[in-house]
Write a protein that binds this ligand. Structure first.
Ligand SMILES: [Zn+2]
Ligand SMILES: [Zn+2]
Length: 286
């Protein structure tokens, strides 16, 4: 069985109960985390997964909301594994994300020195950075002899470049995690034939009346996935299950609801199963 757990459905703006973006995919002892927004380490342990059990972590792009929880993941993995620590492999497209990863623990050097001396320890929690170059074609970035494979594909989140989505294939089936992107043909190509598409969601129609008053919202709309267009894409490629996350705007009492997101993808023509994710939403495939 392959399990998908949404570890965070939030965005940069703080909302109660919504950790920063993240998705866990697990198949047996293979546990793969995609992005690590705020409170990811906490959500993982709430889901029954210790950060020391992660096989690898994948970064979709260098935007703070997808990375601010990573320091906590790395520290917890290191502190909980005294004497049996292995660095966390972190896979990311070469560029700003890998530059960030290489130096992200450096501001903690004074704390690390104190901790190392205090318990006579000589290792550090830094990630094992594995960068890859993106091309016009999908690229396999991780493989395991259990039959699990991860493929990356560049998507459209300009001006943030590079930005990728990931496809995970296991013996049970397949899932795509979009990262942040506009609705695009590259995502359609990556997600063709998968069992589950976990996609970011932006309700353009709900927010467009505010564009004049708040022009920055128009810029935000330019690099996120309009929910109506997303419904059309999901129908076109025939994906049976669509999971919406990275919800803009977040469903709140008296505001946008989960049903509004579902109505949007239905108006786009999608007839499959839709889940508007909450933190710790679980799905299985296989
Ligand atoms: Zn984001
Ligand atoms: Zn982003």
């Amino acid at each position: 069985m392959t399990e998908i757990i949404i570890t965070g459905t939030g965005v940069p703006h703080l909302e109660p109960g919504r950790a920063g973006p993240g998705v866990l995919v697990q198949h047996g002892k293979v546990r793969l985390q995609f992005d690590a927004g705020r409170a990811t380490a906490l959500r993982l342990v709430e889901a029954g997964v210790r950060v020391g059990q992660l096989s690898a972590l994948f970064v979709t792009h260098h935007h703070s909301d997808h990375l601010t929880g990573l320091t906590d993941v790395l520290f917890a993995r290191w502190l909980e594994a005294h004497g049996r620590f292995t660095p966390l492999p972190v896979i990311a497209p070469n560029g700003p994300a890998t530059r960030f990863l290489e130096r992200m623990m450096d501001p903690w050097v004074d704390d690390l020195l104190v901790r190392q001396e205090h318990v006579d320890r000589h290792d550090r929690p830094d990630p094992e950075v594995r960068g890859f170059d993106i091309a016009d074609e999908p690229v396999v970035v991780w493989r395991h002899d259990s039959g699990v494979q991860v493929t990356a594909r560049s998507v459209h989140h300009e001006p943030v470049m590079p930005a990728v989505g990931y496809r995970v294939d296991t013996p049970d089936g397949s899932v795509v995690i979009s990262g942040d992107t506009m609705v695009c043909d590259e995502m359609a190509e990556l997600a063709a034939g998968v069992d589950v598409l976990v996609h970011e969601a932006f309700r353009r129609e709900a927010l467009s009346p505010l564009f004049t008053e708040m022009p920055h919202l128009r810029h935000i709309a330019e690099y996120h996935a309009d929910t109506v267009q997303l419904g059309a894409l999901a129908q076109r490629i025939g994906v049976p299950r669509l999971v919406l996350t990275h919800l803009i705007p977040a469903p709140i009492a008296g505001g946008t609801t989960e049903h509004d997101f579902i109505d949007d993808v239905r108006r786009g023509g999608y007839t499959g199963e839709v889940t508007v994710a909450s933190d710790l939403t679980r799905l299985t495939i296989g």
